[in-house]
Design a protein around this ligand. Structure first.
Ligand SMILES: [Zn+2]
Length: 324
């Protein structure tokens, strides 16, 4: 009788374990599917695809085909930095950018990056270019304030990201949620260097790459890029507010101070220039000599970007774009 009871207990235990294993396995599979998708998902292919009228239907965005040509075959001006410097006429002391184009450089091996930390997409490893110009499509905002997110299992500072997410929940209308069946979202991934993010929603689970140097404020900054926000000093109207001292910028970093194509202004339209934005560079950023400014204010307001978190205007913009 006693033995019989134990066997029944054992069987119940096995059944419970099997149920638990099934649930955990199912959950793991779901996350792995998302992680796996992000590995071979090349949003640049979507970015350069000829607009398809069917894509106006929000529900179909997740089904965008990946058959479009990559960045390598696009209207990219294939040239190295020297060729750009030699062939494109300069104006106002900075590099000239073709209308509607952005300058990019290759980082992390095969990623095209513009403005220092904005991902455009991957190029093929056979492509020998180091930099060039590319005509990107208009950035897309998210359809609602609810944004699914995943933290990659290899990223070691999960609490840091969770703290930033709690900060967004406290200060903004954005609500980061665990993914269920959403096709688009963010995935925080470990990087070897710097911090990088796409601009706006590109489709699929788009990476925000964070190296060990990326702490709270940098993560907030990269999330804002993913929500559609550009660097304040790259606004098309910035010359009314700032003077860029091109000759004081460290050679090779000039493209960080170029203006965005007008379509990139989607997140700041109607909002005044913000000298306190977390998206604004410090006045001596990328200066040959840190004691010398590369940006000077043309108004009475000083360049004092917020480095603890969002500025008042950053929050206003988030409420305007994503608030109910
Ligand atoms: Zn940035």
């Amino acid at each position: 009788m006693f033995l019989h009871k134990n066997i029944r207990l054992l069987m119940a235990g096995i059944a419970l374990f099997a149920m638990f294993y099934y649930v955990v396995q199912k959950r793991t599979q779901t996350i792995n599917e998302i992680l796996g998708e992000s590995e071979f998902h090349h949003p640049i292919k979507q970015m350069v695809k000829t607009p398809d009228p069917a894509l106006k239907d929000k529900d179909k965005l997740g089904e965008m085909p990946l058959s479009a040509p990559s960045l390598d075959n696009q209207e990219t001006e294939k040239s190295d930095t020297k060729a750009i410097a030699n062939n494109i006429p300069k104006n106002s002391g900075g590099p000239s950018v073709f209308p509607g184009h952005v300058m990019f450089e290759i980082k992390m091996g095969d990623w095209a990056v513009s403005y220092g930390d904005v991902l455009l997409g991957k190029i093929s490893s056979q492509n020998p270019i180091h930099s060039g110009q590319f005509k990107p499509p208009s950035p897309r905002l998210w359809p609602s304030a609810e944004i699914p997110y995943v933290i990659d299992q290899d990223y070691p500072y999960k609490e840091l990201v969770e703290d930033v997410i709690a900060y967004f929940h406290e200060m903004t209308p954005i609500r980061f949620v665990k993914p269920t069946d959403q096709k688009d979202g963010l995935i925080f991934k470990l990087a070897d260097e710097h911090c990088y993010s796409y601009l706006g929603r590109v489709g699929g689970y788009q990476p925000i790459f964070l190296s060990e140097e990326c702490r709270g404020p940098q993560i907030i900054h990269e999330i804002l890029h993913a929500l559609g926000f550009i660097h304040e000093q790259s606004r098309v109207d910035r010359d009314q507010y700032l003077k860029i001292i091109w000759e004081e910028i460290k050679p090779g970093y000039e493209l960080q101070f170029t203006e965005v194509p007008p379509a990139f202004m989607i997140s700041v339209l109607g909002s005044p220039f913000d000298y306190n934005s977390i998206m604004l560079y410090s006045s001596n950023a990328f200066s040959k000599d840190p004691s010398i400014a590369v940006m000077k204010s043309l108004t009475k307001k000083e360049i004092q970007p917020n480095r603890d978190g969002l500025s008042k205007v950053d929050r206003q913009r988030l409420y305007k774009l994503y608030g109910k």
